[in-house]
Design a protein around this ligand. Structure first.
Ligand SMILES: C[S@@+](CC[C@H](N)C(=O)[O-])C[C@H]1O[C@@H](n2cnc3c(N)ncnc32)[C@H](O)[C@@H]1O
Length: 265
């Protein structure tokens, strides 16, 4: 799942000891066994890619446009998540060169949770990209703050190109697992062109603790190990300038990392 989600590979290990004695644990283990924790094998053909995106689109159409819906029933983590992100943004504004505060881009924005609680506090205008029309139309009402609300692009990130030199910060959270490896690298390359002078790209995503790419067939997403994320960002021409783990999350969730990146040259 590309949202705050239980790390099923961990559950499997933690629960396997006594599952035969406990019917509840038996069902958890069965669910884990049925879910496919397999190596990512995307990018095999155009058809497979289209199916990958189509399935995700269909999944999100079934989700209610609320914080609990967007966060898969984990609405309670939102304040902690935002607090750590705000600390990270404060540190970003101490970087040299320092990013401006004119315009941010919220990618895979959902109904605008990150924009409303984080980005409008730091930037004059925030643009948002969200593929699901049902969420995108909800953004103005949910964010409320029309003074800071910029453009809303109802588009998949795999098709989206930011305007050249426009953004001080490009924020991507709990969405990049919905892109294939090739599309992620291509998206990051386009983001580099979309950055204003001193601008940075921030990624906040689940990572797999199993060191394998974990595929979720329900929402059609993948959870990548940190090692692969780092390999892909280098491939895109990015360098990591800060990495931070999200602390204080409920036990058993995938480890969440925030990575701040700039073009390597
Ligand atoms: C877990 S929600 C996260 C929303 C928001 N980033 C947040 O943290 O509140 C994932 C969002 O990504 C969107 N999404 C899924 N695939 C996408 C894609 N290919 N391009 C853009 N958005 C996508 C979904 O529609 C959903 O709104």
């Amino acid at each position: 799942m590309d949202l705050p989600t239980r790390d099923k590979s961990k559950n499997l290990v933690e629960n396997s000891v006594c599952f035969s004695e406990d019917p509840t644990l038996t069902s958890i283990v069965n669910e884990v066994t049925a879910s496919q924790l397999t190596k990512l094998n995307l990018n095999t053909s155009q058809h497979d890619n289209e199916e990958f995106y189509e399935k995700a689109k269909k999944y999100w159409e079934t989700v209610s446009p609320t914080i609990d819906g967007i966060l898969g029933g984990f609405a309670e983590v939102s304040p902690r998540d935002i607090q750590s992100s705000a600390q990270l943004l404060t540190a970003i504004f101490r970087l040299k060169p320092r990013p401006g505060r004119s315009r941010a881009l919220d990618c895979g924005a959902g109904i605008g949770r990150v924009t409303k609680h984080l980005l409008v506090r730091f930037f004059d205008k925030v643009d948002l990209v969200e593929q699901c029309p049902q969420f995108a139309t909800q953004i103005p009402e949910y964010v409320g703050d029309t003074k800071h609300l910029g453009e809303i692009y109802t588009q998949g990130l795999q098709d989206f190109t930011p305007e050249e030199g426009k953004y001080d910060v490009i924020w991507t959270q709990w969405v990049l697992g919905h892109l294939t490896d090739d599309d992620l690298v291509a998206f990051w390359r386009r983001c580099i062109s979309g950055l204003a002078k001193g601008g940075v790209i921030v990624m906040k995503e689940n990572t797999s603790s199993s060191n394998e790419v974990e595929v979720d067939n329900e929402d059609s997403s993948v959870t990548r190990p940190l090692k692969l994320i780092r390999q892909l960002l280098r491939e895109a021409g990015l360098r990591e300038i800060r990495i931070q783990k999200q602390e204080n999350m409920p036990r058993g969730l995938f480890p969440i990392y925030m990575i701040v990146m700039r073009a390597s040259r």
